[in-house]
Design a protein around this ligand. Structure first.
Ligand code: NAD
Length: 253
């Protein structure tokens, strides 16, 4: 993987303090890139990267945070969005419990912000005449598959979500139309769709999940860094509009 990504890129990672975001940040830093992390916390200090507080709550303030970063830290040639914006009642987005307000708010928070961040960054790449700009959005296998409610049955605090597949389906499809539009400016837009990543879920859930996965395990955050580095690199310079599925085969059976 050494040759995949050269140093001197300016990489923006949205949600860079999260489970997946952290390992993506680490992977880019190991390749000596300049990384700017955006996340919810008001303040965060790191000796390895610059940090910008960003709240996906409203598109105007989000735009402001990005523009601040363009001026202060330079415009990115790579964007990875690994944020997971959600309301405090996100766990009640099951078919049985969901309320209309939560449905709308989570679409606004997650889907709208993903699309808007990609657009603001792509437009900045055009403005600065950045070549081979690469935008990578974290989607999910549930942007292309239905969720099996049997996976979650009788497991506390886990259920299918009415909203999540809507969001991630939107992220995957808009990635294609963005790629079609921004291709003329040599900007690539791709998605990565992970399967379930192991994060100390209940044993029973893990057992059921593994039974549906040909590679016989849940994903690890490290499984995603190679695919991200690849899509960000020059080696992927003819790849745009794809949804790279990284799921141990979960979606093939
Ligand atoms: N973990 C998985 O199993 C899995 C599987 C498939 C897809 N994904 C996708 O990968 C992405 C990252 O998932 P994760 O598991 O690392 O999530 P996470 O919750 O661990 O991290 C998400 C990060 O986003 C930040 N964030 C939340 N709300 C925000 C807001 N309003 N504005 C800015 N930042 C905000 C959080 O502070 C956090 O640091 C998500 O888009 C998720 O849908 C995750």
């Amino acid at each position: 993987m050494k040759q995949l990504i050269k140093k001197k890129n300016i990489v923006y990672v949205i949600g860079g303090l999260g489970l997946i975001g952290k390992s993506i940040v680490k992977a880019f830093l190991q390749k000596k890139n300049r990384v700017i992390v955006f996340d919810l916390k008001k303040k965060f200090n790191s000796k390895n990267f610059k940090y910008v507080s960003l709240n996906n709550l409203d598109l105007n303030s989000l735009e402001k945070s990005l523009k601040f970063a363009f001026t202060k830290y330079g415009s990115p040639n790579i964007l990875v969005n690994a944020s997971y914006p959600k309301t405090s009642d996100w766990n009640t987005n099951s078919y049985k419990q969901i309320k209309a307000k939560s449905f709308s708010k989570n679409i606004e928070l997650h889907l709208n912000s993903f699309i808007w961040i990609s657009k603001i960054v792509a437009d900045e790449m055009i403005k600065k005449k950045i070549q081979n700009g690469s935008i990578i959005n974290l989607a999910s296998i549930y942007g292309l598959l239905g969720q099996d409610p049997k996976l979650y049955k009788n497991i506390k605090n886990m259920s299918e979500s009415l909203t999540y597949p809507v969001i991630k389906g939107g992220v995957i499809n808009s990635c294609k139309s963005m790629a079609a539009y921004y291709g003329q400016f040599n900007i690539r837009v791709n998605c990565i769709s992970p399967g379930g990543i192991f994060d100390n879920q209940k044993n029973e859930f893990v057992k059921r999940y593994i039974a549906k996965t040909p590679l016989n395990r849940m994903g690890d955050v490290k499984d995603l860094t190679g695919p991200v580095l690849f899509l960000a690199s020059k080696e992927a310079s003819y790849i745009t509009g794809i949804n790279l599925i990284v799921d141990g085969g979960f979606s093939i059976i």
